[in-house]
Design a protein around this ligand. Structure first.
Ligand SMILES: *Cc1c(COP(=O)(O)O)cnc(C)c1O
Length: 433
């Protein structure tokens, strides 16, 4: 089941109207080949495309849909809120409820501000860090994605240079010059950089668990050392939990690693499928924001009542009964991981599935899954492309890129995962030949 006539027709129209026919690059299927499928509807762990073909899906809108597509309680909350007004541009109860849920769950979050995307949350948190410290430089890690703000579209410079080079046209090199880039998983490099430049570093930003270029699970010792070096140098630690927040557990990666960030960013799950981002952390830092302080940030649709309602409904269900949903996500994630690894073994492959709860990534290379972006073997993207297509033909929809992760939702069940594993076995046999 690849793109049918209706998807093809929509795509033909779309490419004339929008660059590559899409509004976010990876949707164009460029790295797996073939034409994108247009979705028509979705429910639970299933999506139905414009030709009426139905798939078990592991994208979940790239992370937000932890309860599955169109969860009835979330849809109902959105309907009710929409009937009361689509946007207020004034304070509303939903903002207070979502803030209370987040702050009541996350010990490091003393105050929060809502925005409309993860990109906006990260961009604003970095501005706040610079404003609060009076420093300009920020450090990021290669393989971490933080949205598309100019100063974070930066990749490692060549050779030993730690100053980044723009990874997108249109980013002035002067912006990139304030962004330093290091590999993940390397305490020695971190220590050297702090020795040389720690006093100019406003912030270090890192994904809670890097999940945008493979799934690069970090050692606790690395995260701990990072926290110590930040504290010792007056540098703020920004944990980007846009994917991991309320996904890998109720307290995100901060809870898993036992570290306290100064600021943290959220998105995806906290919006339950609606456009929401948030940043927050220490009260003294958050009080630097306008109108209390000198750091400006604003938004016409920030704290939107319909989006807040989706987020509140989602978090309430996730946190109900001591967060039992996370136990279910863990079991389902483990079932899928185990099943795929058994299939790899049956084919005589030493490949692994990296996993953090309900986030999984196919590490199509021998040995332990990599911890650094530089250790991912890019040549295996070709196998992924064949596997992706073979799975589509068998009714399983994975993200159309070898570097993207799979998301299991609470709407998946043992049966859906069983069906997926059966398809996987056949698809892999085809993809390897
Ligand atoms: C998705 C993501 C972002 C960007 O969020 P958008 O809502 O797509 O702007 C930022 N950081 C991380 C870690 C993400 O996964």
């Amino acid at each position: 089941m690849t793109a049918g006539p209706r998807s093809k027709e929509l795509y033909r129209r779309a490419v004339k109207l929008m660059p590559a026919g899409v509004n976010s690059p990876v949707r164009a299927f460029g790295s797996v080949g073939g034409e994108p499928l247009f979705y028509a509807s979705a429910s639970g762990c299933h999506v139905t495309d414009a030709d009426g073909q139905r798939f078990i899906e592991y994208v979940g809108s790239w992370g937000p849909l932890i309860l599955g597509h169109a969860h009835p309680a979330v849809v109902e909350a959105v309907r009710t809120a929409a009937g009361r007004g689509l946007s207020f541009g004034a304070p509303c109860e939903g903002e207070v409820e979502l803030a209370e849920l987040m702050i009541g769950t996350l010990p490091h979050l003393e105050m929060v501000r809502f925005v409309s995307s993860g990109t906006e949350a990260v961009m604003s948190a970095v501005r706040l860090a610079r404003g609060a410290t009076g420093r300009d430089d920020v450090l990021k890690f290669s393989g971490c994605y933080h949205g598309h703000a100019d100063h974070l579209l930066v990749s490692a410079g060549s050779g030993l240079a730690t100053f980044g080079t723009p990874s997108s046209a249109g980013v002035p090199s002067a912006f990139a010059a304030h962004t330093l880039v290091l590999p993940l998983d390397d305490e020695a490099a971190l220590e050297q950089l702090f020795d040389e430049r720690g006093r100019n570093l406003a912030a270090v930003i890192i994904e809670g668990i890097p999940a945008n270029a493979g799934l690069l699970i970090q050692r606790p010792a690395f995260m701990k050392r990072l926290r110590e070096l930040c504290t010792a140098n007056g540098t703020l630690l920004i944990l980007d939990e846009v994917i991991t927040g309320f996904r890998v557990g109720p307290t995100g990666a901060a809870g898993i690693y036992g570290i306290t960030p100064d600021l943290a960013t959220y998105g995806k799950v906290i919006g339950g499928g609606m456009p929401v981002g948030a940043y927050g952390g220490r009260r003294d830092l958050m009080e630097e924001l306008a109108p209390l302080g000198p750091v400006y940030q604003a938004g016409t649709l920030s704290g939107n009542p319909v989006a807040m309602a989706a987020g509140v409904a989602t978090l309430r269900m996730l946190l109900a009964n001591d967060g039992e949903a996370y136990g279910r996500l863990e079991r389902l994630g483990a079932q899928l991981q185990r099943g795929i690894e058994e299939i790899f073994q049956r084919h005589g492959l030493g490949w692994r599935v990296a996993r953090a709860g309900s986030i999984l990534w196919l590490s199509l290379q021998d040995g332990e899954p990599p911890r650094r972006y530089e250790d991912i073997h890019p040549e295996n993207a070709a196998i992924y492309a064949r596997l992706h297509r073979a799975l589509l033909e068998r009714g399983i929809y994975l993200a159309p890129s070898a570097y993207e992760v799979m998301f299991v939702s609470a709407a998946h069940d043992e049966e859906a995962i069983g069906t997926t594993l059966e398809a996987f076995s056949g698809a892999l046999a085809g993809a390897l030949t």
